[in-house]
Write a protein that binds this ligand. Structure first.
Ligand code: ADP
Length: 458
């Protein structure tokens, strides 16, 4: 048996998933994909603070199949007898495992000042305790790396040289790359040299953007300093575009041109043609493009110097405001959770209403603009991530604004209200020529898949 460990090490968080590969993803039954082989997920947050915690969940189906495959019924019984915690049944856990399989065990560790290393070690200890020998089946460790600069257009096995190369572009993502690198270093220390560490870059999917799309109209010296459009959320977009292609092909529909709206706390829109990214709204940093949870998205750059002068702030303080106090949060007056903003708007709150109107307007403008990048029309408009997957209101309002441009696309109320769950992800009415869809993203699965490809083909 082989397993793949996927690590997403953020500045104050760590997410880990242990997969049993062989799952034919993303063709794993398209929209109704079942991550039956996701054995374990873990999620540590607020690391290196007083409130740090770690939650580890094990999925029953995966545990069953693995243990049965090895004929170790005794251990299976042991695993089943582990006590369920109350948290094991909550929605977040379903989200964590990305699996319909019931979770048989959830472990919560609340320990102040847990470091990344302590958290990762605790996860590995849990894997060891869950099934002796399981940790030795890890054949690759996949890592999310936010920025590959213009050096990495695809995933790569980490060597000392690659590590230095990633470091050399870290100034482009100072909040993310250093902690991603920390995760790689910890994994390299913990596993033998025979276990490759594979770096999977958020920027890589967008490396196919044409030069006219990624170049800024600035003097040449700027591009010589690496100032260009890179794009982010690439791992998510790649996964969603592959699942979407699978679904459309099963329906005998064209799947060559699509626009994917990844709407989480960070949000971006990407135009995809023939499986390749051709333009995207997040540009040089994740601050640009759409209005987001706390980020402004694209604004007139002169505002930075003007606000500095007028408001007695340094440019760095203004940029911090644009990152942390703007977007939905700035407009809705302190809320960046779309659920709360929607609730407030439904009670007539003017600020919340404005935040929603602005969010939808900006999103629609980007989608309309990217029709050009797709040659004038698309086969599918796809919504994903927290807001994209769960907000019928935002999808409905966006599609309404774009209806004329998208071949008179109409939302099917029931399908949309059910987040496409009972209609194979489709939320548009059946007579719409261009489909509107909801396709849940899973970056960890995509990273696992990239590792599988390395194991199989390199
Ligand atoms: P991140 O970028 O942090 O990964 P997520 O993809 O988890 O973000 O998305 C977080 C966003 O999803 C939040 O703004 C949250 O309000 C929104 N969201 C989650 N569930 C719902 C829902 N049922 N309705 C509307 N918005 C939702």
């Amino acid at each position: 048996m082989k397993t793949i460990l996927v690590l997403n090490t953020g500045s104050s968080s760590v997410k880990a998933s242990l997969f049993c590969p062989g799952s034919d993803l993303p063709g794993n039954k398209g929209y109704e994909r079942k991550e039956a082989y996701k054995i374990l997920t873990a999620h540590g947050e607020r690391l290196a603070t007083e409130d740090s915690f770690l939650r580890i969940s094990i999925s029953a189906t995966a545990a069953d199949s693995i243990l049965q495959a090895d004929g170790n019924k005794k251990e299976l019984k042991h695993v089943h007898s582990l006590q369920l915690t109350s948290r094991a049944t909550d929605r977040q856990d379903d989200h964590d495992t990305g699996s319909d399989a019931p979770i048989i065990e959830t472990i919560a560790i609340n320990e102040p000042n847990m470091s990344h290393k302590t958290a990762i070690l605790a996860i590995i200890d849990k894997v060891k305790a869950f099934r002796p020998g399981l940790i030795d089946t890890v054949t690759a460790v996949g890592h999310r790396v936010v920025h590959g600069g213009d050096k990495f257009s695809e995933s790569i096995v980490v060597t000392d040289h690659v590590l230095r190369e990633i470091q050399s572009v870290s100034h482009l993502a100072p909040l993310h790359n250093p902690s991603n690198l920390e995760g790689i270093r910890i994994a390299r220390d913990l596993f033998s040299e025979k276990v490759p560490n594979v770096a999977v870059f958020d920027t890589a999917f967008h490396a196919s953007m044409p030069r006219f799309a990624y170049t800024y109209p600035l003097p040449k010296e700027y591009s010589e300093h690496g100032i260009r459009k890179y794009g982010f959320h690439g791992t998510s977009v790649k996964y969603v575009s592959q699942v979407t292609t699978h679904i459309l092909k099963e329906m005998n529909k064209d799947a060559s041109r699509m626009i994917i709206a990844h709407l989480g706390n960070g949000a971006s829109v990407t135009a995809v043609v023939d499986g390749k990214g051709v333009d995207t709204s997040m540009e040089f940093t994740p601050l640009s493009g759409l209005m987001m949870g706390t980020r402004s998205g694209t604004i007139d750059p002169s505002i930075v110097t003007y606000a500095s002068q007028q408001m007695g702030k340094t440019p760095a303080q203004v940029i911090s405001d644009l990152n942390k106090l703007s977007g939905l949060y700035g407009i809705a007056g302190g809320d960046n959770d779309m659920r709360i903003i929607t609730e407030r708007a439904s009670n007539g709150d003017g600020d919340a209403l404005l935040a929603i109107e602005m969010f939808v307007y900006t999103l629609s403008k980007y989608i309309a603009g990217f029709l050009v990048s797709c040659g004038g029309s698309i086969d599918a408009l796809v919504f994903t991530a927290g807001i994209g997957e769960h907000s019928p209101l935002i999808r409905k309002l966006t599609i309404k604004k774009l209806s004329k441009l998208l071949g008179d696309m109409i939302v099917d109320k029931e399908r949309n209200d059910n987040n496409g769950k009972f209609s194979g992800g489709i939320i548009s009415a059946s007579n719409s020529s261009c489909l509107a869809m909801v396709v849940p993203t899973d970056e960890e699965v995509m990273i696992c898949k990239e590792c599988e490809e390395f194991i199989l083909h390199h």
